[in-house]
Design a protein around this ligand. Structure first.
Ligand code: LMR
Length: 400
């Protein structure tokens, strides 16, 4: 009965790792998926995560019972505080419904399913370009996806005018997906002034902000700075949704740990919203896994561990930033044609190089460098040792 099922293409991002794994070359380099690597090119488990896990293992009172549908209560409280700020009036006024979800993707999906069922507008505007999974998540949840202009290939910066025009002509009440910081794939963020203009425009048209926060602490090394955009929208008292991921900032990729917060206008509304989120979650995966959320709750709930985490997080962010400078210098040293200053201007895990899909294919074929075909490279996958190899490949690709 399945004989007519056609072969599906690989995922544009995760499929890069599949291709990389098949390549026997000793010089191969995976700059596809956004996953942090050490200077030695190895995945990193944070010390503080190991410490928290040890503490959890030693605690014999811990059991493997089901979590509630909404997840671990401490984790939810601490996650809301992390993203909205510990002094957030929305939290104090109990206007926030937070549920533990399966990392960023799961949080986006649960939020989207909720909106499809309980919100009057089903159109969501997402940036052009955006993370490849966004349109699929929202479409499958039953929302209609439209794009707003975001990136200007000519300046390799923000197309702010286009963004304002497109959001300005969106229908009243439409949902707008915003990257809280370190926009993926472009590494281009609005300035605080531009955020304020976006906020004013969106509030004046009752557009509903849905933030994707996958890189809090990773963009600048500062957890508060990287949440400023969301906090601006919460400070005005209006509604907003935020999907949080701990994949990158705690290195908990495979633990699938994240949270969805829906900021409402009143406490009784938040209670009802939470009750409906339970109805979304229960038939999807019943209740979330316990281990990753326990690690996060242990770290966020302990002053010492929290501090240790911020130090380790800053070190990751700084290593990524230093790779930007190194790659920029390496291209300059080679006299590679073009203006590569965007490498140091863009922020977060990725550089949107401007290389086209043919150049990317050439670099993979000849240099065994793997990256997404849109020219995005994960700076977190680079090291002092591998930057020259990448610079040689870029030089060859653009002078071919
Ligand atoms: C990425 O964009 O590389 C990451 O967010 C990983 C993923 O799931 O695509």
């Amino acid at each position: 009965v399945f004989a007519n099922v056609v072969q599906a293409p690989e995922d544009p991002i995760l499929g890069v790792t599949v291709a990389y794994n098949k390549d026997p070359s000793p010089i191969k380099l995976n700059l596809g998926v956004g996953a942090y690597r050490t200077e030695e090119g190895k995945p990193l488990v944070l010390n503080v995560v190991r410490r928290a896990e040890q503490q959890l293992v030693n605690d014999r009172s811990r059991v493997k019972e089901y979590l509630p549908i909404t997840g671990l209560a401490d984790f939810n409280k601490l996650s809301a505080k992390l993203i909205l700020g510990s002094d957030s009036p929305a939290i104090q006024e109990k206007r926030v419904a937070t549920v533990q979800c399966l990392s960023g993707t799961g949080s986006l999906r649960v939020g989207a399913e909720f909106l499809a069922k309980h919100y009057h507008q089903h159109t969501i505007y997402i940036p052009q370009p955006t993370w490849g999974n966004h349109p699929k998540v929202f479409t499958l949840a039953g929302l209609t996806v439209k794009y707003y202009r975001y990136y200007d290939p000519a300046t390799r910066g923000l197309n702010f005018q286009g963004l304002l025009e497109d959001l300005g002509s969106a229908p009243s009440g439409a949902i707008v997906l915003l990257h809280a910081c370190a926009h993926n794939p472009t590494g281009v963020d609005p300035t605080p002034d531009q955020w304020e203009q976006i906020r004013q425009l969106m509030r004046s048209k009752a557009l509903l902000p849905f933030f994707d926060s996958a890189y809090q602490g990773f963009a600048s090394g500062n957890l508060d700075a990287d949440a400023q955009s969301i906090r601006m929208f919460v400070a005005d008292g209006g509604e907003c949704l935020a999907a949080q991921s701990y994949a990158k900032n705690m290195g908990l990729y495979g633990e699938r740990v994240g949270a969805l917060s829906i900021v409402c206008k009143a406490a009784d509304v938040a209670t009802r919203v939470e009750s409906q989120l339970k109805l979304v979650i229960r038939p999807m995966y019943s209740n979330p896994p316990i281990h990753g959320a326990s690690i996060v709750a242990t770290i966020l709930g302990d002053r010492d561990m929290y501090t240790e985490w911020t130090v380790e997080l800053k070190a990751m962010a700084e290593r990524i930033i230093s790779m930007r400078q190194l790659l920029f210098d390496a291209l300059k040293a080679r006299g590679t044609p073009g203006d590569w200053s965007h490498i140091i201007k863009q922020i977060g895990m990725f550089t949107f190089t401007g290389l086209n899909s043919e150049q990317v294919a050439f670099m993979t074929r000849e240099y065994h460098i793997y990256m997404t075909s849109d020219g995005r490279i994960s700076m977190a996958g680079l090291s002092t040792r591998t930057v020259p190899h990448l610079a040689d490949a870029i030089q060859a690709a653009v002078t071919r």
